[in-house]
Design a protein around this ligand. Structure first.
Ligand code: BV8
Length: 286
């Protein structure tokens, strides 16, 4: 093993920005709310929603992630999700996922709580403590019953599936009547258990997030790899700022201005997060 491979990777963060941010991490009883988007998984090879890879077969992901789209063409929507399940299962968590997971382990769910918009399962596979992360938009690897656009919550059947065993090819011949029926009520269709546009988000968890912010005290919203276009996820940085907290943004684009950030780290989340969260992960900032 050559000496060079033992050396830490070259720093990606400007030293003065990093030292200012890491000084703030040492604020006694600081609490951090992390809001994660598709950019965290980009280094794992998963395309983002609005980036170059955001289109799929001339469809826009935003048009397919709705109950109306599923009601109109369940085969097309299932193909979109099967393709994403397959690529997610074939991908590996990256150092950004691990940095967030290790920091959550160190500080615990009360002081380091992650809200992820991602449904790819990579945070879970990085060992992110389950009680310290909220999968706001659901998970690709979970299924539920769907009746129709009006009653899309179906009969309540839900099942976790972590293997690629849903019999729906993302290419080739497949007819509407082949879309799996709900095994419980036999009436509804099986759909991905994700929150589509226009569908409500877990009210209890939304209240929990507002209570977390209302606790006050020193707070930081760490916004990682999201274009900040989807609500309510996009609203937390402002809420924390209004409550007297600070905001740090990690994005491959300079989104600091958009978020009126106190720190804007421009770079790959897979490289930036392990570097800036080092004081938490190695126990210096307890
Ligand atoms: C709801 C699951 C009640 C499925 C998704 C208030 C104002 C305006 C509109 C609304 C509002 N409140 C509610 C709405 C309506 C709607 C909404 O927000 N619409 C938007 C488009 C205007 N919200 C809802 O419907 C939500 N429900 O609020 O219910 C209600 C309902 C109707 C009306 C009022 C109230 C439900 C939203 C959930 C939708 N489901 N996903 C699936 O995944 O298939 S959202 C989808 O977009 C994904 O979850 C995705 O994560 C999310 C956000 O996208 P991003 O993650 O930000 O990804 P994007 O590609 O956009 O950006 C990537 C970023 O990463 C970029 O900044 C890029 O620069 C950066 N990047 C790239 N590479 C890297 C990187 N950064 C770091 N490192 C890298 N290597």
């Amino acid at each position: 093993m050559s000496a060079s491979s033992n050396e830490a990777p070259p720093p990606v963060v400007p030293p003065n920005l990093k030292s200012s941010f890491q000084a703030y991490l040492r604020t006694p009883s600081l609490r951090i709310l992390v809001v994660v988007g598709a950019g965290l998984s980009a280094a794992s090879g998963l395309s983002t929603f609005r980036g170059a890879g955001g289109l799929w077969k001339s469809h826009n992901a935003m048009q397919l992630a709705t109950p109306e789209a599923f009601d109109a063409d369940p085969v097309l929507v299932w193909r979109f999700y099967q393709m994403r399940r397959r690529t997610a299962l074939a991908a590996e968590p990256n150092p950004g996922h691990y940095a967030l997971a290790r920091a959550a382990e160190k500080w615990g769910k009360e002081r380091f709580w992650t809200l992820t918009q991602n449904v790819d399962g990579l945070s879970r596979r990085a060992g992110h403590p389950e009680d310290a992360i909220w999968y706001m938009h659901g998970q690709l690897h979970s299924l539920k019953c769907f009746w129709s656009e009006q009653e899309y919550d179906g009969c309540g059947w839900v099942e976790e599936v972590h293997k690629d065993d849903i019999p729906i090819p993302d290419e080739g011949e497949f007819a509407r009547e082949d879309v799996p029926k709900c095994p419980k009520c036999k009436k509804g269709l099986v759909r991905p258990n994700v929150v589509w546009f226009g569908e409500v988000i877990d009210e209890a968890m939304l209240d929990k997030a507002d209570e977390w912010i209302a606790q006050g005290g020193p707070m930081l919203c760490l916004v990682v790899g999201t274009s900040g276009k989807v609500y309510p996820a996009a609203g937390y940085a402002r809420k924390i700022q209004k409550a007297g907290g600070k905001v740090a943004v990690v994005d491959i684009e300079d989104r600091g201005e958009d978020e009126k950030a106190d720190w804007s780290f421009v770079g790959d989340a897979a490289e930036v997060l392990p570097e800036i969260l080092q004081p938490i992960v190695n126990g210096e900032a307890a």
